[in-house]
Design a binder for this molecule. Structure first.
Ligand SMILES: Cc1ncc(COP(=O)(O)O)c(C=O)c1O
Length: 390
């Protein structure tokens, strides 16, 4: 038996010998909330810096910095900010540029957005006194007014796959801050910065990570605007934790390979559905019959793995949803597994029937995130499910 209890001091400061060998090839997970600072004036400089990577994890981490470097490069942007979810990215970007009152001007946005974004625009921002005007997506550029200070777009939008003409919006609103949610297109298919967009927001939970195992979001743009978004996130605190950032950096290493497959399979599944007698309409920008196909060709280098299709009615949609086996019934998108959802029943809790109609969600619509399985297997599963309503 030991005479003395274990030493807390020795436990907290173990004497570990440096290991011979090189540096790790893969960035280790910096699972720490804080960093030992130099005992010089340098400490104060680190504390005052924008987005220091090794100061305090709410401010950033080496893992977040690594993913941010990859994400800024993918978007062709000066800087990136990684946060804890796509909605944290949307909120940090918007809250960093809006203001209330006579000098605030208006935020112009679409009636069709991801549901939580719609709640932010319809309810929360007006609650803070911010003037928000929502207009049909296709008419956005024509709706810009001299008082428009911020334009918020989502292209293609969730779940209707409607596009916003980024170049037209830039031309119509030369002085506004334009924010684009590029989650569906991803920088593989559209780089909004190339069309003059100021800030790009994305749910990295989706294609960027691509493995259905991380929740994260990213804001990219000029160093000055991303610094403002960082300041907002530093105060509100939606951290992307080191392990999540590490997983995201790992997922990003195969991003272009995955996207090429999503693009090819998305188009193959869209073509199959377009030719099926039980399907009334297919919403996929890669199909020539998509009303904005010409714009899609100008603005997108591939059309992605997201699509929506409508069947006879809501009852038929639910029957198809229940009959699929390979296509799994789960929200989210952009992962390796094909996911199918019935948007009208899922977003109903957050939107009135009128709001649902304005955002283009048809109760007979199903949304599909085409995954990385063999495309013929996805098509066979859908054919089987559609045979129940044919
Ligand atoms: C277009 C779009 N933007 C933002 C989000 C929000 O992302 P997150 O769930 O990572 O907060 C989503 C989520 O589905 C989305 O589809």
């Amino acid at each position: 038996m030991h005479d003395a209890p274990p030493s807390m001091t020795r436990l907290l400061h173990p004497d570990v010998a440096p290991q011979p060998g090189g540096a790790p090839l893969v960035t280790p997970i910096h699972q720490t909330s804080t960093y030992e600072l130099p005992r010089t004036a340098e400490a104060a400089r680190i504390a005052a810096a924008v987005a220091p990577g090794a100061y305090y994890t709410r401010y950033g981490s080496p893992n977040a910095r690594e993913a941010e470097a990859m994400l800024a490069d993918l978007d062709g942007a000066e800087a990136a900010l990684l946060v804890g979810s796509g909605m944290a990215a949307v909120s940090a970007a918007l809250l960093s540029v809006v203001s209330s009152g006579a000098t605030g001007g208006e935020v112009l946005a679409q009636t069709s957005h991801y549901t939580a974004t719609l709640t932010l625009l319809r309810t929360m921002l007006p609650g803070f006194g911010v003037d928000v005007r929502l207009v049909p997506q296709e008419a956005l550029a024509a709706e810009v007014r001299p008082s428009t200070r911020v334009v918020y777009v989502e292209t293609p939008s969730n779940p209707t796959m409607t596009l916003t003409d980024l170049a037209a919006v830039r031309a119509a609103a030369p002085d506004a801050v334009i924010i684009a949610d590029n989650t569906f297109a991803t920088p593989y298919n559209t780089r909004p910065v190339d069309f003059g967009v100021d800030l790009v927001v994305q749910s990295a939970t989706k294609y960027l990570n691509g493995h259905s195992d991380v929740t994260a979001g990213v804001v990219t743009g000029s160093a000055a605007l991303v610094a403002r978004a960082w300041e907002t996130a530093r105060v509100l605190g939606p951290v992307c934790h080191p392990f999540e950032a590490w997983l995201l950096a790992r997922g990003l290493k195969t991003f272009p390979l995955r996207m090429a497959r999503h693009n090819a399979s998305g188009l193959a599944v869209a073509r199959f559905l377009a030719g099926h007698p039980a399907v009334r309409a297919v919403h996929h920008p890669g199909l020539p019959e998509h009303p904005q196909h010409d714009l899609a060709v100008r603005q997108m280098r591939g059309f992605g793995g997201m699509l929506a299709f409508t069947v006879a009615d809501a009852d038929a949609a639910v029957r198809v949803l229940r009959a699929t086996r390979l296509c799994r019934n789960a929200v989210s998108l952009g992962g390796p597994e094909t996911l199918i959802t019935h948007p009208a029943s899922l977003v109903f809790a957050h939107q009135s029937p009128q709001e649902l109609a304005a955002s283009g969600v048809d109760p007979a619509m199903l949304r599909l995130s085409v995954g990385l399985e063999e495309p013929e297997d996805i098509i066979a599963d859908l054919a089987e499910a559609l045979s129940t309503v044919d």
